[in-house]
Design a protein around this ligand. Structure first.
Ligand code: ZN
Length: 440
């Protein structure tokens, strides 16, 4: 655990608070520690000697305005990439040390975006192909929010993950059918689909790419089953192992929302936290005490914008009252991407710029913070030396811009992030210039 990362974790009130909320320090540590480094036990081995003066870089991303969300620095830098890792970050790298050089002068360079709530698995319900969307998402790592249940997970594992240059992880739905119902989901109308043993087995057996269990608590999804799907999701996660989380979707949840919030454990993820679909986290202008308590004990507060789950009139008072997001995610899928709210991750990030969140915080909540929560990628976060060479390059464009949420509330902003180029594992992709040859 490198000291800067440990320090950064303290930024996240949720993660920091988790330490005191569980019975033993060991249990608390399982979800609260900076897993991105700790899980691998040690930093990723380097495929090069960074001190070698003759070291050649396969790619240099030059002259960028490089934002490091962990070190909290922003400066003009050249980034040298070797063997898929970041090998140099310097004010200037001589041109003769680069096989390929892309000049990004005047553009913002951040770690490749990490989207904690997506549906980027084609052939599963409303999934979309991750790689094809990179020109508009700038996303190098994405998490499937329960597209697959235990009985459809093989599709994700064998059919989607190996074919994506985008790094993919997933939550397994507590419903064995996942979201295969597409536009007519209701996957928890029949509680028999919530088979705890089968779900726990699928989670445990796929721990390399699975973060935990997904559940959607909306009245049209659960019918008369109330919070039972959530209780079963928690049981399945606990049965699979203490490192596994539950991602719980809200929006028009049945019953008292506080009862739902009280069930969430430190490290679990509350997604659609700023939904205005009914039974919101903000009621009568005030954040529910149970929502604030959840954040304080370490529940991760996630945006999950989507096609119906982000309301400025919920998010604004929430942020003012200490219930801001820990992670900014898109909930991009085949329906939501066609709605006026346009939930690509850069566009959702731009909405948070318009809400007054500083750029550095916006970037951290869509890169290093979700990366820490995923916790399965060895090494530090980009752009540190030894990190995976996953980068996003943006135009940060000044000028009036209008945003709309999923309830037709409009807000004007002064800046927007527009993706220019994305690099995953050292390969620029999604938009030229592309490497020659473009191998594996
Ligand atoms: Zn979703």
């Amino acid at each position: 655990m490198d000291p800067p990362r440990r320090g950064f974790i303290k930024l996240s009130a949720g993660a920091a608070a988790a330490g005191g909320a569980l019975g033993s320090a060991g249990e608390a540590d399982a979800l609260a520690r900076p897993l991105m480094v700790a899980q691998a036990g040690q930093p990723a081995p380097l495929g090069f000697n960074p001190a070698d003066p003759a070291l050649k870089y396969e790619l240099v991303v030059a002259n960028g305005d490089v934002l490091d969300p962990v070190q909290k620095t922003r400066s003009k830098r050249d980034i040298g990439i070797r063997f898929g890792q970041i090998a140099a970050v310097a004010p200037s790298i001589p041109a003769d040390r680069a096989v390929q050089r892309i000049d990004v002068a005047g553009k913002l360079v951040t770690p490749g975006l990490i989207d904690l709530h997506t549906h980027l698995c084609p052939h599963l319900g409303l999934g979309l192909p991750a790689d094809e969307l990179v020109p508009i998402t700038a996303t190098t790592t994405a998490v499937s929010a329960g597209d697959a249940g235990a009985h459809t997970f093989g599709n994700f594992r064998h059919g989607v993950v190996p074919q994506s240059r985008t790094r993919l992880f997933g939550f397994i739905h507590i419903a064995s059918i996942g979201l295969a119902g597409g536009l007519a989901p209701g996957e928890m109308l029949n509680i028999d689909y919530a088979n705890v043993d089968v779900c726990a087995k699928a989670v445990a057996e796929n721990a390399d790419i699975v973060l935990g269990v997904k559940v959607r608590i909306t009245d049209s999804v659960v019918g008369q089953n109330g919070l039972e799907p959530l209780r079963r999701a928690i049981r399945a996660a606990e049965m699979a192992g203490k490192q596994f989380r539950v991602m719980c979707h809200i929006g028009a949840a049945p019953g008292n929302l506080s009862d739902l919030l009280d069930l969430l454990r430190p490290g679990d993820v509350l997604t659609h936290a700023f939904s205005g679909a009914g039974n919101n986290t903000v009621q009568n202008g005030r954040v529910l005490p149970a929502a604030l308590a959840a954040k304080q004990r370490g529940v991760i507060i996630d945006v999950g914008h989507g096609g119906g789950s982000f309301d400025f009139t919920v998010c604004e008072p929430a942020m003012q009252q200490g219930f801001g997001p820990d992670t900014i995610s898109s909930d991009i899928h085949a329906v939501s991407i066609n709605t006026p709210g346009y939930p690509t991750l850069p566009w959702v990030m731009s909405k948070f710029l318009s809400l007054g969140m500083p750029l550095e915080e916006v970037v951290a909540r869509a890169t290093s913070e979700p990366g820490r929560i995923i916790g399965k990628v060895p090494g530090p976060a980009p752009p540190a030396i030894g990190a995976p060479a996953d980068l996003a390059v943006f135009d940060l464009i000044d000028g009036p811009v209008e945003f709309v949420d999923t309830r037709n509330n409009k807000r004007s902003g002064a800046r927007k992030l527009v993706p220019v180029l994305t690099v995953r594992g050292g390969r620029p992709y999604g938009r030229p210039p592309l490497p020659i040859p473009f191998l594996y």
